[in-house]
Structures are given as structure tokens and as C-alpha cells.
Design a protein. Structure first.
Lengths: 562, 184
């Protein structure tokens, strides 16, 4: 850095208001950023430096030559470190069993898991691979991982890559949920997520929700942890409580009181009157499709309303070019519009009369009988409708009672207490839009590793072959959740790698040798062998658990080891 | 180990959001713009130029956010580092040879030296002593005392180790004491 001249000033004036306003205007910066050509804004350290690049390439070539020379000229091969591709998915080592529930697709339902988590489905039908809705019984599968051993053995990846920044887990609890029908995977419909209220290890606000995107093999940030409170009604024995889950009935359909207006009422056309001898009447051809209420009866005529009777007489003597019938009150009152045009088709006169339909004398008795029969059928239909309505109301009441009963049944469910889980009235709420793996997590930044770890495998070690690629886990059980893993390759007798520098009493390392064998170095051994920046592990000194038959044995081996 | 970094975690979350949406950078901008402007202003003595440089720093930060690597400090040292480079570029462009040291700041912020030897302390003299320092040493003093940054962040900005930063600051203060003592 070139030396420069410095001038000591007594004081610099405070920035003026305009300048302060300008620098506080983020919109201006945003606009500048949006219009800027990114090539002009490359950071200095990122700019390509030909001279530096030449030095680096040259140095790299020299180093490579030296490495090859060492590898191919040494009689005994030295330790080899092979960092497996970060993206590579760890395999499932011991399979944790799913809990299964029977769910009817499309129905609102709530399920309670062994560990006290709650799964709530709204009334939406699940979909198959073709996005078609499915009906009927569905097998819902759920499994939950809370302690470090369970998480490690699940084979779920323990790394999080956020835009190139690598993080390690400090999981507060994970779960996997899926649904199948006839062995086929089902999917949650868009915009109708289900909800999982997860029992977790802790309810500190530091955790976020993540979903494992299997396509990119990375976790997707969903949002911050949302705590959902369930009112505790009372304690039952040790570590068991009654929870008021009435609010969980939100997805149970409400009392469906039927609306009588929605029922289709049978129609009865009014009986037209008998003719009045003092009122003029006439016949108009009323089209059946326009006036269905008149088509029921034979011998329909139209009689002029008393108020128009006198003035109607001269109108009957005129010749009209056009006569239209318009409904005022169906079956009861109509308007007759009359128009007269000259030869030039210009309107020269128009008028209208209010009329009502009547039945001529010849047909009246027959049509009266027809009306009586229609009226009888109508009354029967009304009665039937009333009965149907009552039946619907009874069904709705029954459904409502059932929903209330279900809610009461839920309220007396006992929540089992399992060590390490938070059985307070809080649950961590997840909106589950896709079936898959979810995580309540606080990713810890993967800082530059500082601890050099060496594992002496030994010549005669039976598992040498199996150890060609191992998972090595660092379990920090302080809050029963923090765990890191290292997916590494091993060759010859020694394995070397670098680990996180965090290392405290109570923590342990373990490797999963095969699906039935785990080697654990306990805390005391680790503390005794730890140096300031290195740690040596001897596989002969590890406690090796063989012939582990199930995940419970494996978890016990990892957690109970003193 | 975890709880004391809550603020950093929140900042990291904001950075994550800003990676996909420039709008989400607003809280980070609000948090740091005054500090970066102040750093530029006290270094070059011109409000208008300091404003332009500070704005350039943030445009660069937004456009290069993907290359930001969290080393456990948050955004602060990265922004100072960009500002440091921007000011150096500006100096080269303007061909400037004279720069400012605000004696008010010296008086206010460098009590550490003042307290050591009160009898001989004279703020004007300390300011003058600062003008005699090498640019590297003066930058250390600026970042440590004027900007009040922790040693770890100072080290990150100047691409040296934390212990090296501590040693260098210690030596620089001794250098200043020696200068003041001699003058007295």
C-alpha cells in the first residue's frame, strides 16, 4: 500500500440533510442495482487476475507433480482423505418404522401419533400421479425423528446448502409423511395443505421449518417455526396430560342445516277464472314455450280487466298490424300490446290492455277437474318435501352431534410422554403442501474446520471392506438434537479428516459400519485423546455394537452408551 | 454457543431472502448505510463523494450477494471491505494525495491512548501523530477505534489473522506513544 499524505482537520462538518436523505433512500439503490450491468460491478477479489491465475495454475501443477511422486514412489501408502461429494445422499442405515393410519380421502380427519404429534387433514381429496382425485381408503404413513441417534440412523441428509453456503444440522425434530393407495403414492392437492403439529425437543424461537426437496437433494426453507398452543385440561399421572383439541375440529364440517329455499318446490299453475259476461274477451295464440303456465289448460281466452273494459270496445273495431302478449303475473295477469303501421311501415297508432286468462264455458268443468287433481298431487309433493326436509335436518343434527362426539373423544386421548420430547401444550405447526420429509431446524454455519481427526483402523479389522465409505457422526446431546455428519472415504489403515472444533464433555463420535454394526467412541475417550487441534481415534478402543436387530437397539446403543 | 448469535442468524436469514429478492435487502441497507457512509466520509472528507461511494458499495453488495460467504461475522466486514476497495479505486481515479483525519474523532474515540499517559496527552499532537503513520497502520486504527469494529472483523476486512491484527494495533499504539513522548 502506497503511503499517502494526511491532513488533520479540526472537525468535519456534519452531513447535510439532503445528503442524509439521499443515502437513506433504498429505492434509489434498488433502481441503480436493477439498471446496472453486473459485469461492471464484479467485486475486486472476484475479478480475473491473469498474473495471479498463472501463479496459481503453475503452483497447482507443481503440487500435483509432487503428490503423484509421493503416491507412486512410497512403499507404504500414507493416509488418504477422500471427501465424498457433498450432494451424495447418505443411505438409510436402519429403517425406522412408519406408523400407519387409515384415512378416507376427501374427509376431514385428525390423527394422533405415538409421540403426541397431530396430523390434521381438511376435507380435500388426495390425488394420484396423474393429478386425478382418488376416493376411499388411504394408508397414511408417518414417522418422526427427534433424537440425534434416530436422525442419524434415518439416513436423512444432515447438511443444508444455502446458495453455496454450507450448514450443519441442529435439528429440533424431523418427520416424514406419505400416503398410499393400493401401493401407489398419493399427493396433496394444490392449495389444500394438511397440517402437522409436531412434538419437538424445544420451543425456542430460533428454529425454522424446512422441506427436503428430493429432486435437488437439498432442504427448502419454508418459514419460521410457528408454535401452536393446545389448552391443557389437566394432568393424568406422570407425564401425561389431557389436551383440549376442540379447536382441531376446525376441519370437521359444521352443522349442515339444509336451506329450504334450495329445495325445488313442485309447481301448481293457478286455475284461470270463469268468464265474466260483462267483460269483453278474445283469443290470442299464446305459444307453449313462452307461456307454459297457460299450456296446461284447454280453451284459454283473455278477458279485459274491468278498468280497461270501457275503452277497449273501440279498440276491438280497429285493424292492428301487430299484437303482442306480455306476462305481468304468470297465470294471472298479462298485457296485450297493439301496434298499427302505415304503408311506409311507420307507426301510426299503438295501445295496450291489461287482461287475465279465463277458460271458456265449454271446457271449464273438465279443466276444473284437472286442476283439482293437480292440486292433490301438489299437496302430496309439499308433504313429501317437508318430510324430506325434516330428514335432512335430522341427518345434519346427527352429523353435528357426531362431530362434537369426535371432538370429545379426542379430548380424552392421553398423550404418552417420551423422554426428550416436549410434551407441553405447544406443537410446532407445519403446513404440509407435499408429502415428504420436514425438519424443524436451526442450521449452523459450516465454519472452516479446525479439528484434525485420525482414526486408526488397524490391519486386521474385519470391517475394512465395509469402511470403504463410512458415515461418521458427531453427536452433541446437550439438547438432544445437535448432530453433524461427515461422509468420508477410507483407505489403508488410517482415516483422516477435519471436523468442527466444537467438542465438549458428553459428546461422542460413532460410525455406522453396516446396517447391524455401530462403533462408538464415548465422551471420556474423546476427551482423553483430544489435543488442541487434533483428535486420534482407535477403532480397537471403540465400543462396537454388533448384530443390532432393530432401530430401537441401535438408538439405545448410541444414546445409553456411557 | 447458539443463543448469542441470534442477531447474526436473523441477518443471515435476511441475506437468504435478499438472494432472490432485492426488496428484501432493505433492512440490511438500513442497518449498514450510515456506518459505511460515515467510514467513507471520514476517510475522504467530501460528503458528495462519500455518498456516491457508499451507494456504489451497496449496489455492488446487492449484485454480488451470491458470492458472500458467511464466516460468522454477518455482512459488516464484507461491506467494509468493499468500501475499502471502492475508496482505494476512487483515490486512484482522482489522483488524490491528501486525505483527512478528523481530530474530533481522534479526541472522542482514542481515549485508550489518552488514558495511558494523561500528562503528555494532547489531542492535536495525537492527531498529528496519526498523520505520520503508514496507511496500513492508520487503517487499523480507523477500523478499530473510529469504526469500533471487533478485532476479528478488522482482521477479516484487511485479510490478516485476528492475532496479527491485535499485534499490529498494539504496535501502532506504541508507535504513537513514542512519537508523542519524543515531541514532549
Amino acid at each position: 500500500m502506497k503511503n499517502r499524505k494526511y491532513k488533520l482537520v479540526k472537525s468535519l462538518p456534519s452531513p447535510n440533510e439532503q445528503i442524509l436523505n439521499e443515502i437513506n433512500d433504498f429505492e434509489q439503490i434498488k433502481e441503480m442495482a436493477s439498471k446496472a450491468n453486473p459485469k461492471d460491478y464484479i467485486l475486486k477479489s472476484n475479478k480475473f487476475n491473469l498474473k495471479l491465475a498463472s501463479i496459481i495454475v503453475g503452483s497447482a501443477l507443481i503440487i500435483m507433480v509432487i503428490i503423484f511422486w509421493i503416491i507412486f514412489n512410497k512403499e507404504k501408502k500414507t493416509a488418504f482423505i477422500e471427501e465424498i461429494n457433498y450432494k451424495e445422499e447418505p443411505s438409510s442405515l436402519l429403517t425406522k418404522k412408519f406408523e400407519e393410519f387409515n384415512y378416507v380421502s376427501g374427509e376431514a380427519d385428525t390423527f394422533f401419533t405415538e409421540k403426541g404429534s397431530i396430523i390434521i387433514f381438511p376435507a380435500c381429496k388426495l390425488q394420484n400421479d396423474s393429478k386425478n382425485e382418488v376416493e376411499g381408503d388411504v394408508t397414511l404413513r408417518f414417522r418422526q425423528f427427534n433424537n440425534s441417534a434416530e436422525i442419524a440412523l434415518s439416513g436423512i441428509r444432515l447438511n443444508y446448502d444455502s446458495a453455496g453456503n454450507k450448514f450443519l444440522f441442529e435439528s429440533n425434530g424431523m418427520f416424514e409423511i406419505e400416503a398410499k393407495q393400493n401401493g401407489n403414492n398419493l399427493h396433496i392437492p394444490a392449495d389444500c395443505p394438511c397440517k402437522v403439529l409436531l412434538t419437538t425437543n424445544s420451543f425456542e424461537p430460533k428454529f425454522n421449518n424446512y422441506f427436503l426437496d428430493t429432486a435437488t437433494a437439498n432442504w427448502v426453507y419454508i418459514g419460521p417455526m410457528v408454535k401452536e398452543k393446545l389448552e391443557i385440561l389437566g394432568a393424568i399421572g406422570n407425564n401425561e396430560v389431557l389436551l383440549d383439541q376442540t379447536e382441531l375440529t376446525e376441519f370437521v364440517e359444521d352443522d349442515k342445516t339444509p336451506d329450504v329455499n334450495q329445495l325445488e318446490l313442485p309447481k301448481l299453475p293457478p286455475l284461470p277464472k270463469k268468464d265474466d259476461e260483462e267483460l269483453p274477451n278474445f283469443k290470442i295464440n299464446a305459444k307453449e314455450n313462452e307461456f307454459p303456465e297457460l299450456a296446461v289448460y284447454k280453451g284459454i281466452l283473455f278477458e279485459v280487466e274491468p278498468r280497461d273494459a270501457k275503452r277497449s270496445v273501440p279498440l276491438f273495431g280497429m285493424v292492428w298490424s301487430n299484437i303482442d302478449l306480455v306476462t305481468v303475473n304468470p297465470g294471472k295477469l298479462y298485457k296485450v300490446k297493439m301496434q298499427k303501421f302505415n304503408k311506409s311501415n311507420r307507426l301510426v297508432s299503438s295501445d295496450s290492455l291489461l287482461v287475465h286468462p279465463i277458460i271458456d264455458q265449454e271446457n271449464y268443468e273438465d279443466e276444473l277437474k284437472k286442476y283439482k287433481e293437480l292440486e292433490r298431487k301438489h299437496k302430496l309433493a309439499i308433504k313429501k318435501q317437508a318430510e324430506e326436509f325434516e330428514s335432512m335436518k335430522a341427518l345434519a343434527r346427527k352429523q353435528s352431534d357426531m362431530a362434537a362426539m369426535e371432538a370429545r373423544i379426542r379430548n380424552i386421548k392421553q398423550v404418552k410422554a417420551i423422554n426428550g420430547l416436549n410434551y407441553s401444550s405447544f406443537r410446532s405447526a407445519f403446513n404440509v403442501a407435499y408429502f415428504g420429509i420436514y425438519n424443524s431446524d436451526n442450521p449452523m454455519h459450516n465454519q472452516n474446520p479446525k479439528l484434525d481427526v485420525t482414526i486408526n483402523v488397524g490391519n486386521k479389522f474385519d470391517y475394512k471392506q465395509a469402511l470403504s465409505k463410512v458415515h461418521l457422526y458427531h453427536v452433541i446431546p446437550a439438547n438432544n438434537s445437535f448432530i453433524t455428519n461427515y461422509l468420508i472415504g477410507i483407505r489403508n489403515e488410517t482415516l483422516k479428516f477435519t471436523a468442527q472444533p466444537y467438542f465438549n464433555e458428553g459428546e461422542k463420535f460413532f460410525i455406522v459400519i453396516n446396517e447391524h454394526t455401530i462403533a462408538v467412541w464415548n465422551s471420556q475417550y474423546l476427551m482423553e485423546n483430544r489435543r488442541s487441534s487434533s483428535l486420534e481415534l482407535d477403532l480397537k478402543k471403540a465400543k462396537v455394537y454388533k448384530n443390532l436387530e432393530n432401530e430401537n437397539e441401535a438408538v439405545r446403543a448410541l444414546l445409553d452408551d456411557k | 454457543m447458539v443463543d448469542e448469535h441470534d442477531e447474526l442468524r436473523e441477518e443471515w436469514r435476511q441475506i437468504e431472502l435478499a438472494l432472490t429478492n432485492n426488496e428484501a435487502f432493505a433492512p440490511l441497507y438500513k442497518k449498514y448505510i450510515q456506518k459505511i457512509f460515515r467510514y467513507c466520509y471520514h476517510k475522504i472528507g467530501s460528503q458528495e463523494d462519500a455518498r456516491d461511494i457508499a451507494q456504489q458499495v451497496f449496489v455492488k453488495a446487492i449484485l454480488n450477494l451470491k458470492s458472500f460467504k458467511n464466516k460468522g461475522f454477518g455482512l459488516s466486514p464484507w461491506l467494509y471491505k468493499i468500501a475499502f476497495n471502492e475508496i482505494n479505486d476512487w483515490i486512484k481515479q482522482k489522483n488524490r494525495e491528501e486525505f483527512w483525519i478528523n481530530n474530533e474523532l481522534v479526541w472522542a474515540e482514542m481515549g485508550v491512548i489518552q488514558n495511558v499517559d494523561e500528562e503528555i496527552f494532547d489531542d492535536q499532537m495525537l492527531g498529528t501523530a496519526l498523520t505520520k503513520l503508514s496507511e496500513d497502520s492508520l487503517e487499523l486504527i480507523r477500523l478499530r477505534y473510529f469504526e469500533k469494529l471487533p478485532f476479528a472483523e478488522v482482521a477479516e476486512i484487511l485479510s490478516i489473522t485476528e492475532s496479527n491484527a491485535k499485534v499490529k494495533v498494539h504496535r501502532t499504539i506504541n508507535e504513537l506513544r513514542t512519537y508523542i513522548t519524543k515531541k514532549n
